[in-house]
Design a protein around this ligand. Structure first.
Ligand SMILES: Nc1nc2c(c(=O)[nH]1)N[C@H]1C(S)=C(S)[C@@H](COP(=O)(O)O)O[C@H]1N2
Ligand SMILES: [Mo]
Length: 398
């Protein structure tokens, strides 16, 4: 199998394995604005920083030096304030390990499960569908983030009793491109509201804003944040989809209402159709598992013992169980879960499969979380957000 190849010379005591790479998309200036994580190629729980997925909705801003950066806190507060990085770092810190998943990750599987056709591949081993710009597979990673709770900064400013949401604004500016929504919806026969040139912003409901694991982070995987990931400071909202994790933060505004931000009321909403008057903002991720071994591409397998392995995560905390089926969902067995110390992180699971009869097999996995939710949670919606369906792996055993 290609992924077992060893190439090159000896590096620091070990032969240098073929290294997985981020699949990058660039803007006209050559700046990386999209990056897809080769999840199937990775081991362990933490996605290396250089392999962490990237999404910039507007234009990639110019970097701001940490020495020149400051954050203003205003609105429904007793003491409006401006805080710089050094001051932020004097507050009691917090480190959180969490999965971050773009709301649009895996969206093409909605269509695959609904209407069949060629199965999108999660694998980037020479697979054109993974590397194509239209494909949304690979917009998920997990990392360790270090910063301070947003609640601590809000406490410094003292929120008033009217506070309903915290609007976080990035310093990236641009005019939302309607073609991104048309691509997400797979149709372009509707009107997308043009908000003009805006800063990326989100209005986080107070309860999630005050959660101690919702942090303003300056570090990622043990190093200062990279520019593409929102340096000097970004928001981490464990459990909620990537679009809440506001990057390049410059301003915090406490509001007495939930603001109609473009990326909150127009895009990143659940609805049956663009004309649906009931649009619900996307918040917590569903409950989800993916099979990383074997892959369709590994077929045919020989009779004998094979490990079925994968990852599972939830937007509402810990994964409590993963079940595996090798007969297309007729019977299910409990998989082994690795003990986890981080409820917001994904867990690795495995199931040892002894197969004695040749034939065609459909391998499936489904996860359950601490909130009692079983996969899948999210139904088809026109922007195809938060896919958490069960995608079978199909192999032939000889
Ligand atoms: N300021 C700002 N924050 C942002 C975005 C953006 O375009 N601008 N994109 C959001 C989306 S849609 C996602 S999925 C995540 C991606 O974070 P990452 O690029 O660090 O993986 O950032 C979110 N935060
Ligand atoms: Mo996203």
């Amino acid at each position: 199998m290609a992924r077992r190849e060893i190439e090159g010379a000896w590096v620091k005591g070990w032969p240098d394995r073929k290294r997985p790479a981020l699949v990058e998309g660039k803007d006209a200036q050559g700046r990386v604005i999209l990056g897809k994580t080769p999840v199937m190629e990775l081991e362990g729980l933490i996605t290396p920083t250089d392999l962490t997925y990237i999404v910039a909705q507007l234009e990639m801003p110019d970097p701001v030096s940490p020495d020149e950066w400051s954050l203003s806190v205003e609105g429904q507060v007793e003491r409006p304030l401006t805080i710089n990085l050094e001051e932020l770092q004097k507050l009691p810190g917090r480190t959180v390990r969490a999965v971050t998943e773009c709301a649009g990750n895996d969206s093409e599987f909605f269509d695959y499960l609904k209407s069949g056709g060629a199965k999108p591949s999660r694998s980037n081993v020479g697979d054109a569908s993974f590397t194509s710009a239209a494909s949304t597979i690979g917009y998920v990673s997990a990392g360790e983030f270090t910063g301070v709770p947003l609640a601590s900064v809000l406490e410094e400013a003292g929120t008033t009793s009217k506070a309903k949401s915290v609007r976080l604004e990035g310093f990236d500016r641009g005019r939302p491109d309607p073609s991104i929504q048309y691509l997400a919806a797979g149709r372009s026969d509707f009107e997308v509201r043009d908000p003009g040139v805006i800063n990326y912003d989100k209005g986080l409901p107070m309860e999630k804003a005050l959660h101690p694991d919702t942090i303003l982070a300056w570090a990622h995987n043990g190093e200062y944040l990279q520019h593409v990931h929102g340096a000097p400071v970004r928001l981490i909202v464990p459990g909620w989809s990537g679009n809440w994790w506001v990057k390049w933060i410059q301003k915090i505004e406490v509001l007495d209402h939930i603001p109609p931000c473009y990326y909150q009321t127009e895009y990143f909403v659940y609805a049956n159709a663009p004309t649906d008057p009931h649009k619900e903002m996307v918040t917590a991720l569903g409950v989800k598992s993916i099979v990383t071994t074997p892959r369709d591409e590994d077929s045919p397998l020989l009779r004998g013992s094979h490990v079925v392995r994968g990852l599972a995560w939830s937007g509402r905390g810990a994964i409590t169980g993963v079940e595996v089926s090798v007969d297309g969902g007729q019977t299910w067995r409990e998989a082994h879960l690795e003990e986890s110390h981080d409820k917001w992180l994904w867990v690795r699971w495995s199931y040892l499969w002894a197969v004695t009869a040749p034939g065609q097999y459909k391998i499936m996995a489904r996860a359950t979380d601490a909130a009692g939710r079983k996969q899948p949670q999210t139904g088809w919606n026109f922007q195809r957000k938060h896919f958490d369906g069960i995608v079978p792996v199909e192999v032939v055993v000889e």
